[in-house]
Design a protein around this ligand. Structure first.
Ligand SMILES: Cc1cc2nc3c(=O)[nH]c(=O)nc-3n(C[C@H](O)[C@H](O)[C@H](O)COP(=O)(O)OP(=O)(O)OC[C@H]3O[C@@H](n4cnc5c(N)ncnc54)[C@H](O)[C@@H]3O)c2cc1C
Length: 402
């Protein structure tokens, strides 16, 4: 188990909230700069680093046992190669006035702070969406969905006639797309122990926003074709009006019934962040300066999905991706140390290095520089990138591939 104690040293520590992509990298960069001279404390509700970018693999997750699976890397493996301390707890309040955070109601005073608490599903006040849909934004959600899909596969052998079990995925961004392709391409019968399960019928409700908005046109076109080849039906241009158990009401008046509904329609800041008395952007995200510091709050930084920032040189919003979280965290961690040492701060400039989509267990599509690539080798490349990142975290090293 990781150290459930304060970092070594005296005085209030530098505190990093969240041990996801942004938090881990922020703590690592800060530790590299401060070299044990100042206590650094990493806080998370779990003693593991969850590989959130891989949570679309719901079939493999369902078959894996507990959190010993490769999607959850024990933090102690990472921490013992650093001088970073760890405290397990849920952040229930952040008090910027008094430089305190509350973990399960217990106060913890900080000297400097980085908020890297990620994001949660946004339901946009759609009635029934939170109650009657699955989500893969968290490991436990992906586990629940995987288990449910296995149960559906087992029940499918008793379905009348030619009927196939239907799964509806809501949200035409990268997560919904990857998940729909994964569910359609998975051999659920084999996973359920070699039974003659019927293949799932997967419908991807892309909503009123353009499908895969923001990605290069050729990548979108290739992804659409690969989804269709995998048997995913795409439903464009309609939003979800209401959800009931097993029933999705669309705003054109039509109704879709389904054995399972998955919500991948968007993200927002966690409530503990959204209620902070500071400037917020869309979905309660924190508006930050290009140094990733909160305006008017010296020594308080934010990184990852929790921020809203437009790159001042390109005018392009920084996306909510692990790639951007890691790049931003390098700057946040350096600036956290710089504030402590009284040094000047650096500004964050985001350059996208490429996008790789997994489109089923053995297909993928990517846009890297000006090239669009697709097919089985792209899927293998995605897996290699994911393994390289996971290996680096387990070794306490920095991987720049993700
Ligand atoms: C299925 C899926 C596929 C994706 N694929 C890609 C991809 O291919 N490439 C890519 O770049 N991005 C991808 N993303 C997006 C990427 O996962 C996120 O952008 C990234 O996780 C953001 O990092 P973060 O550190 O901000 O948040 P997270 O990684 O979510 O980390 C937040 C941390 O904060 C902790 N936490 C939250 N609230 C509290 C609290 N109140 N108290 C204590 N701890 C708390 C959590 O336990 C977690 O450890 C994908 C996302 C999903 C869901």
């Amino acid at each position: 188990m990781p150290r459930d104690a304060d970092a070594a040293g005296s005085g209030p520590p530098v505190v990093v909230l969240g041990a996801g992509y942004a938090g881990l990298r922020t703590a690592q960069e800060c530790d590299r700069r401060l070299r044990g001279r100042v206590p650094i404390l990493l806080v998370d509700r779990h003693p593991v680093h969850i590989l959130r970018t891989e949570l679309y693999e719901v079939g493999r997750i369902a078959r894996a046992k507990g959190t010993s699976a490769p999607w959850a890397i024990p933090l102690d493996e990472f921490l013992r190669r650093t001088s970073i301390g760890f405290r397990q707890g849920t952040v229930t309040e952040i008090d910027l006035e008094h430089q305190r955070v509350y973990l399960d109601g217990e106060p913890l005073t900080y000297a400097q702070l980085t908020i890297a608490l990620g994001s949660v599903a946004a339901y946009y006040h759609v009635p029934g969406a939170a109650e009657h849909t699955h989500s893969v934004y968290r490991f436990t959600g992906a586990q629940r969905l995987g288990a449910e899909l296995l149960a559906i596969a087992r029940r499918s052998v008793d379905l009348p006639g030619e009927r196939r079990p239907r799964v509806v995925v809501v949200g035409g961004g990268s997560t919904g797309t990857e998940l729909a392709a994964e569910i359609a391409g998975t051999d659920w019968g084999a996973l359920a122990g070699g039974i003659a399960a019927r293949p799932m019928e997967v419908v991807l409700v892309t909503g009123a926003l353009p499908f895969l908005a923001g990605l290069p046109a050729e990548l979108i076109d290739r992804s659409r074709r690969l989804l269709q080849a995998a048997g995913v039906h795409l439903l464009y241009g309609t939003n979800v009006a209401r959800v009931e158990p097993g029933r999705l009401h669309l705003d054109d008046g039509s109704i879709l019934t389904a054995e399972a509904i998955v919500w991948c329609a968007g993200l927002e800041a966690p409530p503990v962040v959204a209620r902070l008395p500071v400037p917020h952007g869309r979905g309660g995200r924190l508006r930050v300066a290009p140094t990733l510091e909160l305006p008017g709050r010296p020594g308080v930084f934010a990184a990852g999905d929790v921020i809203e920032l437009t790159d001042p040189t390109t005018g392009v919003p920084v996306p909510a991706t692990a790639q951007a979280a890691l790049a931003g965290a390098r700057v946040a961690g350096g600036n956290l140390a710089a504030r402590r040492l009284g040094q000047p701060l650096r500004e964050f400039r985001y350059r996208e290095r490429g996008v790789i989509l997994a489109l089923g267990p053995s297909e993928g599509a990517a846009a890297i520089r000006s090239l669009t690539l697709w097919g089985a080798p792209v899927r293998l490349l995605k897996r290699a990138v994911e393994r390289k990142y996971a290996g680096a975290v387990a070794q306490g090293e920095e991987s720049r591939v993700l």
